[in-house]
Design a protein around this ligand. Sequence first.
Ligand code: AR6
Length: 183
Amino acid sequence: MEVRVGEATLELCQGDITLQQVDSIVNAANSRLAGGGGVDGAIHRRGGPAIMQETDARYTQGCPTGSAVISTAGNLPARYVIHAVGPVWSGGQRGEAEQLAGAYRRSLELAVEHDCQSIALPALSTGAYRYPMDQAARMALSTAVEFLKTHGRPKLVRFVLFDAAAHGAFTAALESLAEEFRL
Ligand code: AR6
């Protein structure tokens, strides 16, 4: 599914984020930038050690939850990896929604600051961090729509969902947002 937001395109696909031919891809990182499983494991495996070497050198304090930092992308087809730190779900009353929105917003800002025309993002926090998929989908997409309405860039924002369940949840959330925002 895809929608237009002004001059930009917001699209959903099912697949592996490490294979995306875009200017920047977003990693589902932890606040120590220490690597791990899921998206993070796949990015460092396919991208090679240069990515971790760079983040270790540039971001000695790691990255706070709800924010993101950027590095080059090693052997990946993308130019940049944006390491975003979503919240660990702990019931929804501890600022998780604001932190999830912040991680997406900062990722999009970094992409624009680095002149990226295209960005691919995963469903942050919905794996090891256990954020409920339906709520995460709505927050991810509404944050991206608001950002595109304000900034008009990046020209292509693609959410890459790993399985059919995630893709279905994002499709339902985008259909309802498209109606609300008249996209
Ligand atoms: N491409 C796209 N999506 C993927 C891929 C992939 N290659 N692999 C998994 N997903 P997760 P989190 C989906 O656990 O919840 C790591 O250990 C997955 O199905 O990667 O933010 C980090 O180091 C799920 O829907 O990220 C952190 O410690 C979504 O991506 C912690 O996990 C996110 O799952 C971050 O947890």
